[in-house]
Design a protein around this ligand. Sequence first.
Ligand SMILES: [Zn+2]
Length: 318
Amino acid sequence: MLTSSGVPIGEIPAALDGVHSKWQAKGLKSLEIVPLGNHHFTVEASVNPTAKANAKGTVDVDVPPENLSMDQVTATSFASSTTAASGVFSPDSEPELTDIMTSGAGQKELKLSDSQEGAHAEEQVANRFQGSWNVCNNEIANALSAKQKNSKKPWFKNVRMMINVSKSSCINCASYIVRFTRKLREKSSSVHVGMKFASLYRGAQEVPKSNMDEFGDLVRLFVEKGRLKGTNRLGRLWGPSSIFGNKRERITEVSGTKDAGKAGLAILRDAGIAVDVMAQDDVKGKGNAEKRERLKLRNEKLKTALDEVEQKLKVKKG
Ligand SMILES: [Zn+2]
């Protein structure tokens, strides 16, 4: 916990110490003691950029994910096939930050919670958060009575997940993140999921059957029929299940074009996930003029694609 919801006055020094040590390294700007009445106080932390205290007195710290570097978002040729991602996940007021993950982890680096070899960067971030979410929910479930467990009342007030990725999500990462977001919505009264991308994904993709069954309409809204090829080949699923269940499904090959990138954006936006452009101010390091120009161009292309996606989704919804 960042702080208890209203600490007795004698415990304020300890509460301050706790909040201070936890947030110091993450850009803590100031601590403020806010009286709650009844000799109780809460500690409000200001962490870059903002911190908010909610009505109950617990502290909801709006911590951003770690910024990717200018080099990571402007990589070209071979290096650009490595995607980087970082994230922050806060079920109520306990933010968890990931380090920057890169795509294509080799088999040796994989942990139990990871997907199989070749996991995409944001997939690894989501795996990590899904693991924590499961642990957290199991703990709560164990502490509840059977009656409480069956109640429809959400266990969480406010869940927030922000993920930064150097390239926009492919169809499979987008599908996986949408499914995880649904799980969050089942258990929380308010859920905010937002993603920031520096550029538009254009790689070829192998989309498993379950994703085509569920999100195929959105894919076909952007990708011409000729660029979707059904096959008898089996491919992996996204998320931790691909290593545990060793599940494989028949795949559809999607040619690498900007339209395939738009399909990924559409899957996220259609599910109410916020998508923003990761501009120069959002990355570490200024780079040189050439890199800044490259990032600007990538941002513009992403923005154009995003506008088109918004427009088509609006038309589709009437
Ligand atoms: Zn992906």
